[in-house]
Every structure is written in C-alpha cells, then in structure tokens.
Design a protein around this ligand. Sequence first.
Ligand SMILES: NC(=O)c1ccc[n+]([C@@H]2O[C@H](COP(=O)([O-])OP(=O)(O)OC[C@H]3O[C@@H](n4cnc5c(N)ncnc54)[C@H](O)[C@@H]3O)[C@@H](O)[C@H]2O)c1
Ligand SMILES: [Zn+2]
Ligand SMILES: [Zn+2]
Length: 352
Amino acid sequence: MEAVVARHKGAPVSLERIIVPDPGPGEARVRVRACGVCHTDLHYREGAINDDYPFLLGHEAAGTVESVGEGMTGLAPGDYVVLAWRAPCGTCRACRRGMAWYCFDSRNAAQPMTLEDGTPLAPALGIGAFTPLTLVVAGQCVPVDPAARPEAAGLIGCGVMAGFGAAVNTGRVTRGETVAVIGCGGVGNAAIAGARKIIAVDVDERKLTWARHFGATDTVDARSADPVQAVRDLTDGFGADVVIEAVGRPETYRQAFDARDLAGRLVLVGVPDPTMTVELPLAEVFGRGGHLSSSWYGDCLPSRDFPILIDLYRRGRLDLDASVTETVGIGDVEEAFARMRRGDVLRSVVVL
Ligand SMILES: NC(=O)c1ccc[n+]([C@@H]2O[C@H](COP(=O)([O-])OP(=O)(O)OC[C@H]3O[C@@H](n4cnc5c(N)ncnc54)[C@H](O)[C@@H]3O)[C@@H](O)[C@H]2O)c1
Ligand SMILES: [Zn+2]
Ligand SMILES: [Zn+2]
C-alpha cells in the first residue's frame, strides 16, 4: 500500500509502497481513517529529530482495528481507536514509581514495517499513520467513542493532547490563574484551556483570531509588540502565573522565562532542534523561583486522558472541529507542510 515516507534530510516526502506485516503477539494492525499533519512530522523530515531515515510519517490518527495478534485480550477487530505514541511498559523505574507518563521504555510494534525492498521504516513517534494500514503495539490503541469523527478524534493523538496536557497536567493551570501561550498553532491553541486570563502570543494574526475563538482573553502580535512587556502589562505588571512555550525556539523560550511572574511556571512543549541552546541569568533562575518544566505529550496517560478529551469534545467543551482547517488526500502532505509553514492552517488532516 502507499504511504508517506521521508527518505532524506530536508527532501520532499514521497508516496512509497510499503509492507505492513500481519500483527504478531501483542500487536494490532489498524485501518487508519484520518491522520493530522503535525509540526513534528516536518521536524522528522528536516532531520531535526534524528537521522534514522527513511521515516514513515504521520502520528496523529484515529482508525479501526483491522486485526490483532494471537492471544490478544481487551482489543478486537472493529474497535475504534485513537493511536497513542506513549504506551507505558509498566515495569521501568518511572512506571514502578506510579509516574507512567514518564515511562522510559514506551512500547511499539516489535516487527518493522518496510519498503518493498525490505528496508525497515522508522515510524514517526513509533506510529507511522500516513498509510491506510499501520502496525502498532496494542497498548498504543486507545478505544474511544465512535461518535467522534476520525478527523477530529485523531488530533487528540498528538497536538491537542500535548497542548491541553501541557496546561492541565504539566502546568497544573487552575481557573484563578493567568496564563500566556507563546505560539498558537495546533498545539498552542489546545493549551488555551480554562483560566481567568489567557494571553495568546503569535506572529501571525490568523493564529490569534483562532486563539480568540478557543478562549484567549487577550492576544499579542509579537511582530508589533514586545511579548514580554505585553504579558506584563496585561497582568498588572507581574507576568503570568504559567507561560506555555509552544514554538520550540531559544528566543521564545527566553520570552517565556521573562514573561513569568515570581514563582511562576514555564512549560516547554515546543520541540527544539538539537543545535539549539539557551543562556539564562542563573541568579534569575534562582531568584524568581517557580518551575521550569518540559512537557512530553502533555504528561498524558493516553488510556486515562483520551476518553476524557473525547467526552469534552462530544459535550461541546473542546472544539476539535475548529482545529481541522482542511482535509486532504495522502498525496498532499508536502503541500500541507507548506501551508503549515505559511500559517494558513491549524491542522491539515489526511483522510484515508
Ligand atoms: N511536546 C510534545 O509532546 C509535542 C507534541 C506535538 C508537537 N510538539 C511541538 O510543538 C510545536 C508546535 O507544534 P504545532 O503543530 O502547533 O506547530 P504550528 O506550526 O501549527 O504552530 C507553531 C506556531 O508558532 C508560531 N510562532 C512561530 N514563531 C513564533 C514566535 N517567534 N513567536 C510567537 N509565535 C511564533 C507560528 O506562527 C505558529 O502559529 C512544534 O515544535 C512541535 O514539534 C510538541
Ligand atoms: Zn515504563
Ligand atoms: Zn505530533
């Protein structure tokens, strides 16, 4: 079947024929119905994650279980699932401490999917879902309410969960707090979740319009205003209780550091590339107190959190539909990357 593969660093992706093995013990093969185009896919293509080409891209997907390995319990063909890139092992030192969202040995399918010549593919985030069929480990399949359409439900599998979880799980944002979100793409907009004041910062006016729709109380265009000063001005001169960095760059990290109130929390959810470094005044790191944290996948437990987000969606409390700017075909991922770069979309979703 045809799948979206990144063969070389920086080169446009191509549609390649791939082989998806029958599921072995503990594995499931999933008929992908929709998969969002996340900025992390572009990072893979650019070589910003690692050099394990060829990559099978796509990791923000919903679909239906097609077949399961022998002896499987708890998951059956026909189950409607959102795919997770975290499937806690249950036995590593993080899992044993009851902090499975840090699992250091998250599970993936044991068998590789390959190109037709047998070259193993590295699936993005252990999923690889820009393909009609993909192979994952059963723990990556999280059953959810089939009433949630796949274009919307799939977004929970990465960007929405990462943003929402960065605010709720990592940042522990409470209603009475002030929050600033720097970078309001698919991830940042999902971090705009229920607080007294939520300041959205971006360099693109369209993103700020979307942010207002998702509940931002104030917006700052960082091209025309100093975002640190603007956040302070909007918080009685103090800075925000929680600042969420959803860009992944040193300059926006520094802005997030400076836009925090004393004892505030900074949550880095944007993914930097391996060449990036930051320099911070150590006296301020100490003197301001609070927390500097990073958020992998919103510190989520997929089996706990995905059904919650689906319920919020079904009740109209989480507008996933507004994040689906367009649906496209499997041959359109390169064009979707271009639209993402231009800021034309919150999410392009590939429908299979
Ligand atoms: N931590 C995780 O688990 C996780 C999961 C998914 C994605 N991510 C990462 O989150 C980041 C955002 O992903 P996305 O899919 O929302 O990307 P996106 O391209 O949709 O959004 C990025 C946003 O940042 C804005 N931006 C760029 N430069 C800026 C600046 N200087 N100041 C303010 N805003 C700026 C852009 O205009 C855009 O709206 C990426 O780095 C992605 O890899 C992390
Ligand atoms: Zn573990
Ligand atoms: Zn992603």
